[in-house]
Design a protein around this ligand. Structure first.
Ligand code: MN
Length: 277
């Protein structure tokens, strides 16, 4: 299939779906950052063959099969088999130095790679940034955005109605949803990732979940060699890439099955943690 057509079709479908999804699924396999790791993606798709998937973003950069990963998840999305969220690497801000533009133009030598990237960039801009699953779990790449200057958590409704351009993105709440991380702190702290990015602590996390009537957050973004870490018992980070710099990672996915969230180790094929939601 023509790639430009594929990404244009996906862009139109993403546009119709909005920036925040409401998802109802009995069983959902939630996949963390892939960063061009097609082998691990194939492992997940084989292990849960015929299942429903939610991808937490960061399909490209770092690993060398970003285009294959992106194409695969977008096809699953168009076939109605997967929800596909945006990560901070779904942005021209990252792809110039992160490896994806070089993959397209230098290594794969795709003719008119700039035009293909233009289609991809337009699609990135309209991808959803969060999904509410079964009214209980929020899936998001980075996490809870904080409103300056009060530093209180933003609501999901505010995320759904952004102001400013979405390409980079410029909207500060959307930007933080893609970039923020949890911390073991009580309130919040500036993020080492850069200006405009925050670490959200126990207080804002608990207030956010209470306000939204949710139980937990499943997110990616943070590289952890164990492939999984939890904060305050309610923020669950899964990391699913072994590409490039992540060779030593033990990749994990989260499987939401009824009222239970299970964390699976992909190498041993075992559930390493079980959380009642
Ligand atoms: Mn990320």
């Amino acid at each position: 299939m023509d790639l430009r057509q594929l990404f244009a079709d996906a862009r139109r479908k993403f546009e119709e779906g909005g920036l925040v999804l409401d998802v109802e699924e009995d069983k959902l396999v939630i996949v963390g950052d892939l960063h061009g790791d097609k082998e691990t993606l194939d492992l997940v798709l084989k292990r849960w063959d015929g299942g429903r998937f939610l991808f937490l973003g960061d399909y490209v950069d770092r690993g060398n099969k970003g285009l294959e990963v992106l194409t695969t998840v977008v096809k699953l999305y168009l076939e109605g088999k997967a929800y596909v969220l945006r990560g901070n690497h779904e942005s021209p801000l990252m792809n110039e130095d992160g490896g994806f533009m070089d993959e397209l133009c230098l290594y794969k030598r795709i003719p008119n790679c700039g035009e293909l990237y233009g289609d991809i960039e337009r699609m990135f801009a309209v991808m959803p940034v969060a999904a509410r699953i079964n009214g209980a779990v929020l899936a998001v790449h980075g996490g809870i955005p904080l409103k300056e200057p009060s530093m209180e958590p933003a609501s999901i409704a505010e995320l759904a109605k952004p102001s400013g351009d979405l390409v980079l993105p410029e909207d500060p709440l959307i930007y933080q949803a893609l970039w923020n991380d949890p911390c073991d702190c009580e309130a919040h702290a500036p993020s080492p990732r850069g200006p405009g990015i925050w670490l959200y602590g126990r207080g804002p996390t608990e207030r956010f979940l209470k306000e939204e009537g949710l139980k937990a957050i499943v997110r990616g973004h943070l590289y952890v060699s164990a492939g999984y870490v939890s904060h305050h018992g309610v923020v669950h980070t899964v990391f699913t890439s072994r590409a490039g710099p992540y060779k030593a990672v033990r990749p994990k996915v989260a499987v939401l099955d009824g009222g239970v969230l299970q964390i699976y180790d992909l190498l041993s094929n075992e559930a390493i943690r079980r959380v009642e939601i």
